[in-house]
Write a new protein. Structure first.
Length: 265
């Protein structure tokens, strides 16, 4: 029960932060030390249905509560104190770099290391080149199918650290519509998106589970590239001189909290 409560608490943090554009749910799961467990639970669900179901159930309960309880105060902080809040997230990303590096099981440095990291960074950079409002506007009779495909695409962003679901929804022109649909419980809009999301999560996690087992070095180094590039999405620019101390303290706090959590895992 203690482990399930901890899982729900971590889910709340992830759920509460993933609605912030530029903040990746996968990155937060990695920072919370729960990423590998989530991938394994989804990809190997049928091998131990009861255990994986309880784990995912408590995680989803926590994530749902986090979206309802934590997201609004965080968004308020982002509006009132944008620079310190964003620097806290940058510090948090930096804090989990040592953990990801250790998971790559590197025996020593080789030329492959920067290449894999650059590949991950390039993928995130290419996503940033997507035209805004790609699927926005009136979708017409094709709406269910396009939302289904958008759900599959967003699933990859949800699973992969460093790629923000909120940012991808913005690029697809669906962020405002999705937020409005969630607020208004628009089932006809949300259902195809949810179905596509579930299908995409299953496909993506099975592939990732296989890669993390068989090719841990390449996989984790590419993930590291994802997360390094995601800092550019969160970086708010150079803060005013009057906020430098607050930003440095928040940066250090974000790094320290996540580094401490990752050391305990």
């Amino acid at each position: 029960m203690k482990d399930l409560i901890v899982t729900a608490a971590k889910g709340a943090v992830i759920g509460g932060t993933m609605l912030i554009p530029g903040v990746s749910g996968g990155s937060m799961a990695m920072m919370m030390g729960i990423y590998d467990k989530l991938i394994m639970a989804v990809s190997n669900f049928r091998k131990d249905v009861r255990r994986h179901f309880l784990f995912l159930l408590w995680f989803c309960i926590g994530a749902g509560l986090g979206m309802l309880i934590i997201a609004r105060p965080l968004l308020h902080l982002l509006e009132v104190f944008p620079f310190p809040t964003q620097f806290f997230f940058i510090g948090a990303v930096a804090g989990c770099v040592p953990m990801i590096y250790s998971k790559a099981r590197l025996a020593g440095f080789s030329w492959h290391v920067p290449v894999y990291i650059l590949i991950g960074m390039a993928v995130v950079a290419l996503l940033g080149l997507l035209p805004s409002d790609l699927v926005g506007g009136e979708l017409g009779v094709w709406e269910p199918l396009l939302l289904l495909v958008a759900g599959v695409v967003c699933a990859a962003a949800l699973v992969l650290p460093g790629i923000s679901v909120s940012y991808l929804l913005l690029m697809l022109g669906l962020y405002d519509k999705t937020m409005a649909a969630i607020s208004g419980l628009d089932i006809l809009f949300l259902l195809p998106l949810f179905i596509g999301l579930c299908a995409g999560i299953v496909l993506t996690t099975k592939l990732l589970d296989s890669l993390m087992t068989n090719r841990p070095r390449a996989t984790y180094l590419i993930i590291l590239g994802f997360m390094i590039a995601s800092v550019l999405e969160v970086f708010p620019g150079v803060p005013p001189f009057s906020q430098w101390i607050a930003c440095i303290l928040c940066l250090a706090a974000g790094f320290s909290v996540i580094y401490f959590i990752s050391r305990k895992e």
